[in-house]
Design a protein around this ligand. Structure first.
Ligand code: ZN
Ligand code: ZN
Length: 458
């Protein structure tokens, strides 16, 4: 088989893997790099644009995996677009929201190539999207569309436990197999249960390496982190401070809302409005609607019933009074400009009684990253529009990741027992850690590194 990594970035970047098996081709993921703008944020579709692509398969609906799907479809209009049933319920909302963001960026910072696709184009291609259940083997091509007498390879989605609808992908041809982990979480989160990758074995494994640099501190686990967060939220609220938790709209928001629901049920948190972002609200509805279809805990927990959720538009923020223990679970984990998370941080950071709690990754080059790095009491440049900021409020970080720990991934490699591992979705130092560990622990497994756009023969 031939594997081409289309992600131009050395780090997590924009996911996109072209795989050729038995003369058939599939593109796995079509992401955008959220740190970049314009063409630079796209996978290297130009390198493969003249090839016939039979299928596009999406692991999950985060932007770094699905953000350029309509662009890929313009290159490969004949491709079958495959995703899990749960992703199918989410995907159009994510992409229509991207159109809005691109329009705004075109106006505000003059990115001429935006939008890459319009609402109308998206509506016109939506009928191509197909949702499938986990653990069903599906052919890449429509039945009967086999080429040169050859049978199409197949695909199977495995539940990855990372966000609603997330999957790892198994590819099988007549004589070889490949497994792509996508983004994976092996441990149960508050809502979603951990990945079901138990029976996975394959010749080639493409592995995410997000947390290769991160050693889990002794005695620290999800339960202790949740206890700490619970305790800290209550402490700030008791002292009439506000709490801002910046999060991503899909996955993390619902996990935090579930935690707040459980705190309310236990009587720890008194009933009060919880302010969330518009997209966070949309995905919360879908989590609720699909609660019995998803592999999850608390299947009867309906977040919108358990909590008094109030959507907060950033333009209406000025009217909100920041006192009396208000809780904000706001979309935009990186606190990008023109988001409610950004505006709230500007208003809260200076005052001691408030708190900003981080529950996920924030890139150092973003406002959230700079805020996390800032020393209390010392002014720093928060953002171009926000200017300088001095943090006097409380700030904490909690490790509530939706990604597998590096040791869990390493033992997964042992279970899959592949001939070849290809390292993806991680910073160079993370990949290096995995390469070294795999070479010393599993000497029969070959570690291959990819060069963006260069096909790798496996
Ligand atoms: Zn993800
Ligand atoms: Zn990702």
């Amino acid at each position: 088989m031939l594997i081409t990594d289309l992600n131009p970035s050395e780090g997590i970047g924009a996911s996109g893997w072209m795989v050729e098996m038995d003369d058939f081709r599939i593109l796995m993921d079509a992401g955008i790099n959220p740190k970049l703008i314009g063409h630079a944020s796209l996978p290297l579709f130009d390198k493969v644009k003249d090839e016939h692509v039979d299928a596009i398969a999406i692991t999950h609906c985060h932007h770094d995996h699905v953000g350029s799907l309509p662009v890929a479809l313009k290159h490969f209009p004949q491709a079958n677009v495959m995703m899990t049933e749960l992703s199918y319920f989410i995907v159009e909302r994510v992409l229509h929201n991207s159109v809005n963001v691109m329009h705004r960026q075109r106006e505000e910072i003059g990115v001429k190539e935006y939008p890459f696709f319009s609402h109308r184009e998206l509506d016109e291609m939506a009928h191509l999207f197909q949702g499938y259940r986990y653990n069903r083997e599906i052919e890449w091509t429509n039945p009967g569309k086999n080429r040169k007498g050859k049978q199409s390879p197949t695909l199977e989605f495995f539940d990855a436990g990372h966000a609603l609808g997330s999957a790892g992908i198994m590819l099988r041809s007549s004589h070889e197999t490949l497994f792509y982990s996508g983004d994976v979480c092996f441990q149960d989160q508050t809502i979603l249960k951990g990945a079901r990758f138990d029976d996975v074995s394959a010749d080639v494994l493409i592995l995410e390496t997000t947390r290769g640099e991160r050693e889990v501190a002794e005695g620290q686990n999800r339960e202790t982190e949740i206890e700490r967060l619970t305790h800290d939220i209550l402490e700030v609220i008791e002292q009439n401070g506000c709490v801002l938790i910046p999060t991503f709209a899909l996955g993390r928001t619902q996990e935090i809302l579930a935690l707040l629901s459980l705190m309310t049920q236990k009587g720890q948190l008194k009933e009060q409005p919880i302010f969330i972002g518009g997209m966070g609200r949309v995905f919360t509805e879908i989590y609720d609607q699909e609660s019995h279809r998803a592999h999850r805990n608390h299947t009867n927990l309906q977040l919108h019933e358990a909590l008094n959720l109030t959507v907060l538009d950033y333009k209406k923020l000025e009217k909100i009074r920041l006192k009396g223990g208000r809780l904000f679970v706001m979309t935009a984990g990186m606190m990008n400009e023109n988001t409610a998370a950004h505006e709230l941080a500007l208003r809260l950071a200076g005052q001691e009684q408030h708190a900003i709690f981080f529950v996920g990754y924030a890139d150092p080059s973003t406002p959230a990253g700079r805020l996390r790095a800032a020393e209390p009491g010392k002014p720093f440049l928060f953002s171009a529009s926000g200017g300088e900021l001095t943090r006097n409020c409380r700030m904490e970080e909690y490790d509530l990741t939706a990604h597998a720990n590096r040791d869990e991934l390493l033992s997964f490699v042992g279970k899959v027992d592949p001939k070849i591992v290809i390292l993806g979705h991680g910073e160079p130092a993370s990949k290096e850690w995995f390469a070294e560990q795999i070479r010393s622990k599993y000497p029969n497994t070959e570690v291959r590194t990819t060069k963006p756009g260069n096909p790798l023969e496996c």
